[in-house]
Design a binder for this molecule. Sequence first.
Ligand code: TZP
Ligand code: MG
Length: 221
Amino acid sequence: MTRIDIEDMRRLLKLYFIMGSVNCRQSPEDTLTAAAAGGITLFQFREKGPAALKGAALLRLGQQLRQICRAYNIPFIVNDDLELAAALDADGIHVGQDDLPARLIREQLGEHKIIGVSAHNLTEARQAIADGADYLGVGPVYPTSSKNDAQAVRGTTVIEELRRSGLSIPVVGIGGITLENAPPVIRAGADGLSIISAIAGAEDIHETTRRFAQLVTAPSS
Ligand code: TZP
Ligand code: MG
């Protein structure tokens, strides 16, 4: 099997929902179901932090979320953990700069799995591309409280810089993105939005997701 097509990857990134149990106000299953019905295009299971599930409970939740993604035909990405990704038959994995290099993951997973890498500058972006990343997560665009060790806020400058430098790899903006501040992220050259709290913490997840979906498909965005 071959690498994901670059235009298919761009489409999947349009509304990329990320979460784990700690991010949810309702049950993770209900949260994901509402977001899936509202129009997310990709999902990442990111179970992090001191209260994160482990062992059998982690696997059980992963299996349930995996199943919801299957039902809605939404590809399922696992954050960091190759073993968990394999156990859940994930469609791909997302890694940060402190995780296993994308090159080694590509060697292990083969061509057909999606590999995403977090990049904070042009150097990291070029390295990830050379290593075989299918997409980059670039941020934090805005202040975020969903990641303890987040790097400095970049605004949209890194995304603009990547595009100015001629890098055409699919890019998703991440960090503090809301319905109000999302449009500049797309205008800067991102293919989509990556969101935790504005969806997982929303009063009405389905409606909020629907609005995000409208925003990323609107001709003016
Ligand atoms: N990486 C950079 S910022 C961030 C991650 C995982 C957290 C994004 O969460 P939120 O709640 O959408 O700001
Ligand atoms: Mg990581």
